[in-house]
Design a protein. Structure first.
Lengths: 333, 196
């Protein structure tokens, strides 16, 4: 594992290792002194071509807790707005000596281009590209799920867990990443969306599909439900006219008090944020005891610490050893 | 008494199960003696084998000091991976969990427990890791085997066995919890390329 470009690239062993490492990272964040030394002297560049607050801050916090230096780059007010290309920006960063690049870009595939073009040597971490992938979001969702559904376990996936993902699947990199990763970890995923917001080729994804949220809740009885953010502008005809009105969307696909009751008190309510309260999720559901939305945010820092550590701390991009005993002994003996 | 399995070829067993048991019991008593009891003592083992030794020592300390506390009240584990000075010279390592007794380590006497004391670099990393968790009154070091060849100004307070070795030799500590047998063996240079 040299880069983290897509949740699909992760083997089950790699995914479980990231979750286990995240658990130890999360434990260190309960301490009085949260800073750890492993990335001392390394520089992480946050290259954000698309607006983002929580993901950028989460990556920044993760890198700083591991003692890396962080350079934030946002397209606004930079030379990108003067027309600089991705290639020139990347080569400038390379010349400045960055050890890792965290990239968010509105174009699907931009992180892949950056990682495989030879413009830079550093590991590339995808922080969301277009409507393609957002692997660290899927990892933090999986970590949150495992914490609640398999408390205290290490070395395990999410075998047999049922997860329903509801909303704008067509435009959602969160949905794509989660389908890939949760399938890799053994969970069963059902996507629920209006027919207009389902992408072409979804039949080949490793998940089930439904257009009816109430029927799915009744049939699946999911362990967790994940609400996707709906962009209000998708409603207008200029935005694509994907659904007629917010009211109708909310009535058919929103998580309201009635559906919350149908889910039962043990089902986890998840949302990648930022939420549209009253549209895809009601305030009652978002503030309920079974909502783990804020926990997702704090777990995001631990998961990103794990990813940065695993990609950056070693001498090269090789996968970490899951059984470190032989090497550990070499130090003594 | 000899250990359950014969030593591998090229190896010489220097401590068997009974030797390890005796050394552990002696060190447990030394810890109590030195600290005038065990009330403030916390044993932190360095994974993997140090953690097992810490549990064994902890049980003997509780027995010898006639306490019926839970083992978890005085024994924990301390991951040092994040504090190593050779992190970037090797492939990325998996991190082991750190568990600290509920009462914490502030103003306690922390006894670090490891299997082999060699260069001292592991102990240096452990000292850093301890200061991240709290501020103990004192830190002491207990090891099963001290094989010499220190690269840092570090010494052990409690030693199960001093074992003069050459740097080309390999010292293998095997414990029942991980290896199915209790023994310490020296490999004469056969794995010299592993030694540092």
């Amino acid at each position: 594992m040299r880069h983290l470009l897509s949740a699909k690239d992760l083997s089950r062993e790699e995914a479980v290792l990231i979750l286990d490492t995240s658990a130890t990272m999360a434990a260190t964040q309960q301490r009085e002194i949260k800073k750890l030394p492993p990335l001392r002297g390394k520089t992480v560049v946050n290259l954000f071509f698309e607006d983002s607050t929580r993901t950028r801050i989460s990556f920044e916090a993760a890198a700083k807790r591991l003692s890396a230096d962080v350079i934030n780059f946002s397209a606004k007010g930079s030379s990108v707005s003067k027309g600089e290309s991705l290639k020139d920006t990347a080569q400038t960063l390379q010349a400045m000596g960055s050890d890792a690049v965290v990239i968010r870009h509105s174009a699907s595939g931009a992180p892949h281009r950056l990682a495989t073009s030879g413009w830079i040597d550093a590991p590339v971490i995808n922080a969301g590209d277009g409507t393609h992938q957002h692997p660290t979001q899927a990892l933090l969702d999986a970590f949150t799920l495992r914490r609640h559904l398999r408390p205290g376990t290490t070395g395990e996936g999410l075998d047999g867990a049922t997860v329903v993902i509801v909303g704008d699947v067509l435009h959602s990199r969160v949905a794509r990443s989660n389908v890939d990763l949760l399938h890799t970890l053994g969970a069963e995923v059902t996507l629920v969306a209006p027919p207009t917001l389902v992408p072409v080729g979804v039949e080949s994804w490793p998940c089930a599909l439904s257009y009816d949220l109430d029927a799915t809740i009744a049939d699946v009885g999911p362990d967790a439900i994940m609400m996707l953010r709906v962009q209000r502008e998708r409603m207008s005809s200029t935005g694509g006219g994907f659904f007629p009105s917010p009211m109708e969307y909310s009535r058919r696909y929103g998580l309201d008090g009635r559906r919350l009751a149908a889910l039962g008190p043990d089902a986890l309510v998840m949302h990648p944020g930022p939420m549209n309260r009253g549209l895809e999720i009601s305030a009652q559901a978002a503030d309920s005891a079974q909502a783990v939305i804020l926990e997702q945010v704090s777990n995001g820092v631990a998961v990103r610490m794990a990813v940065l550590y695993l990609l950056l701390a070693g001498s090269d991009g090789t996968s970490p050893t899951t059984t470190p005993e032989p090497e550990l002994k070499d130090v003594h003996a | 008494m000899t250990s359950g399995t014969p030593a591998r070829s090229g190896e010489r067993v220097v401590l068997d199960e009974a030797d390890i048991a005796r050394a552990t019991t002696r060190v447990a008593h030394e810890i109590i003696e030195r600290n005038l009891g065990s009330a403030d003592v916390v044993l932190l083992g360095v994974p993997t084998r140090g953690a097992h030794l810490a549990r064994r020592l902890g049980q003997r300390v509780l027995d010898a000091d006639h306490r019926d506390d839970a083992l978890e009240a005085i024994v924990g584990t301390l991951d040092i991976t994040l504090h190593r000075d050779d992190l970037r010279r090797q492939p990325t390592r998996a991190i082991e969990p750190t568990t600290i007794p509920a009462a914490g380590i502030d103003d306690k006497v922390v006894v670090l427990v490891d299997d082999v004391l060699f260069s001292g670099r592991t102990v240096r990393a452990a000292l850093d890791a301890v200061s991240d968790v709290g501020r103990p009154r004192a830190i002491q070091l207990a090891v099963l085997v001290d094989r010499g060849h220190r690269e840092l100004p570090i010494r052990a307070d409690y030693v199960g066995k001093n074992l003069p070795t050459s740097t080309s030799e390999h010292v293998a500590v095997r414990l029942a919890e991980t290896d199915g047998v209790d023994e310490v063996a020296i490999d004469r240079g056969a794995r010299a390329e592993d030694g540092r």
